[in-house]
Design a protein around this ligand. Structure first.
Ligand code: TNX
Length: 527
């Protein structure tokens, strides 16, 4: 009996008690409504996942749930249309991301009108189980979740994050790992900043030097790298299976040194010497000068910005851009193409306007909607195109005045490369120090002067990688702040409050610990 008592108390100490009331659940992002009832549901070895309704991927969604529950519980939960105590019910067939979960003593029902809604319901359901559900081997404990009803609906349709894979290349495995973490937070767009001064990171078959030359280094002089088109497709497909859409970015006309180092003819430069050639006779013309193209730029491994520009007045530049946008669009099922447009400090204003307007036409020709950094709002935007606010409210206002929406990525709140405080081991601080509470406490609909809810396209948290070189660095900068931004994007401002978030993020921290995510243990939270 003593032995039994000892092992029982060890068991009790080593496991967190399951929550006894649904109100105590630590769901991030916070759902629209949680209504606790009495009783609880217990998952057991004969539980079954039942699919109701039909769609191409409903069975895979069942498998997602089954495989996430298996390691820690040890249960093999079959997925089929047979009667089961966990039901995934696809009711409609539209693009609503809403879902509902009903938990009774007998069964759990996840209902939605779209596969994405079912996927989000699954993410929430997993967060209702004790944190040990994250373990990758069997834990002996009761897998109990409290009864009640959760109804949920996202505030913004576009909830994104960005990885700058140009300053330091991020390999496919690390991008997939990032996608896994994003999916748990119900983020649905991953913007890949594929090109910049320091590197060109995607294979373009018609312009092979971009990767043969332009991909061969990175900030600090490391070896760089790039995605082949096959690898890019693999990322796109992996993201899609997590209900995440890839938004590719080719930054232009500035931030283009890697392209300019690959192809000299894209550089601005005078091909013809001044003078009147019409009256010259053969022998008087210096053909050497006529043939001269600008030299390719040197590869660049520093972290300055704003020094490069594509030639905006040459036919070859637009042939180049057409090829690049065509090749990338062909392997990008999502509707958006990001054309950059930031910090083009060495492009004349008129040239910039001419260029950005022309590039918007090219993306439209390939069936994509353009997104660009807020400076593009100084040009004429095509209907539906989006300006990504990062610094200048007056640019956001220019977009609004043209009837276009704004994607909110304020550097002082949403930039994941900003240091937490002056002691942070990585990151920059030109915009702000951003502690977790600061990343959480802002309202996208009430942040940029003159911009209100109907102007906001969504929210995105970019990770620039001048100081970030590996997965541990990414995790330190991104977590826990990405969870804060995910909640800013999903949960209406009126429902959010720091004390509640602090309680829930502490539980999320336990999940990250089990998953081996090396997050920043912000002193603002009692972890
Ligand atoms: C500004 S934000 C940039 C990036 C840098 C970042 C560093 C933006 C559109 N441009 O090129 O990486 O600051 O925080």
């Amino acid at each position: 009996i003593l032995g039994l008592l000892i092992s029982l108390s060890i068991f009790v100490i080593s496991c967190q008690a399951p929550i006894s009331n649904l109100d105590q659940a630590a769901i991030i992002p916070l759902p629209s409504s949680i209504q606790a009832t009495s009783g609880a549901f217990e998952l057991n070895s004969s539980s079954k996942i039942q699919l109701v309704g039909s769609s191409e991927n409903l069975a895979s969604l069942g498998e997602v749930l089954s495989s996430r529950l298996k390691p820690a519980t040890g249960f093999d939960l079959p997925v089929s249309e047979e009667e089961g105590d966990i039901q995934l019910v696809l009711e409609g067939n539209n693009d609503s991301e809403d879902y509902e979960i009903e938990i009774t003593e007998e069964k759990v029902t996840v209902k939605a009108d779209s596969e994405a809604g079912i996927f989000y319901g699954i993410q929430t359901l997993l967060q209702l189980f004790p944190v040990e559900i994250e373990k990758d081997s069997k834990v002996e404990m009761a897998w109990v979740i409290p009864a009640g009803i959760i109804k949920d609906s996202p505030e913004y349709d576009y909830r994104g994050s960005m990885l700058d894979v140009a300053r330091h290349f991020i390999g496919v495995a690390d991008v997939k790992h990032y996608i896994d973490q994003m999916a748990r937070l119900k983020l649905n767009y991953l913007h890949l900043h594929l090109t910049d001064d320091q590197g060109w990171r995607i294979e373009i078959k018609s312009w092979p030097n971009l990767t043969a030359i332009g991909a061969q280094t990175e900030v600090g002089g490391g070896e760089g790298g790039f995605y082949t088109q096959e690898q890019y497709k693999e990322i796109v497909a992996y993201a899609a299976s997590n209900y995440i859409t890839i938004v590719p970015e080719v930054d232009m006309p500035g931030h283009t040194n890697a392209a300019l180092a690959s192809y000299g003819e894209l550089n601005p430069g005078v091909n013809l010497p001044d003078g009147d050639f019409s009256t010259m006779v053969e022998g008087e013309i210096d053909f050497d000068i006529l043939d001269k193209n600008p030299q390719p730029s040197e590869l660049y491994t520093g972290i300055e910005v704003g020094f490069s520009t594509l030639a905006t007045d040459k036919e070859i530049t637009y042939q180049f851009i057409d090829d690049v946008i065509r090749e990338i669009s062909e392997i990008t099922p999502g509707p958006y193409f990001h054309i950059g447009g930031d910090e083009s400090h060495v492009t004349e204003k008129d040239d910039y306007i001419y260029f950005v307007e022309k590039v918007q036409e090219i993306t439209a020709k390939y069936g994509k909607t353009s997104i660009g950094w807020d400076e593009i709002a100084t040009t004429k935007l095509l209907p539906g195109n989006v300006a990504q606010f990062w610094a200048l409210a007056e640019n956001a206002k220019l977009a609004k005045e043209q009837g276009n929406q704004v994607l909110m990525s304020p550097a002082k709140k949403a930039y994941l490369d900003m240091q937490y405080d002056s002691t942070s081991r990585l990151g920059l601080h030109w915009a702000a120090y951003i502690e977790l509470d600061s990343a959480y406490l802002w309202d996208p609909a009430n942040y940029a002067d003159g911009i209100s809810k109907e102007d906001v396209f969504g929210v995105e948290a970019p990770l620039w990688t001048e100081t970030i070189t590996n997965r541990a660095d990414i995790e330190y900068m991104v977590f826990p702040r990405l969870a804060a931004i995910a909640e800013v994007a999903w949960t209406p401002a009126a429902k959010r409050e720091w004390a509640g978030f602090e309680r829930r993020i502490a539980v999320q921290g336990k999940r990250w610990d089990i998953n081996g995510i090396q997050f920043y243990k912000s002193p603002k939270v009692a972890w």
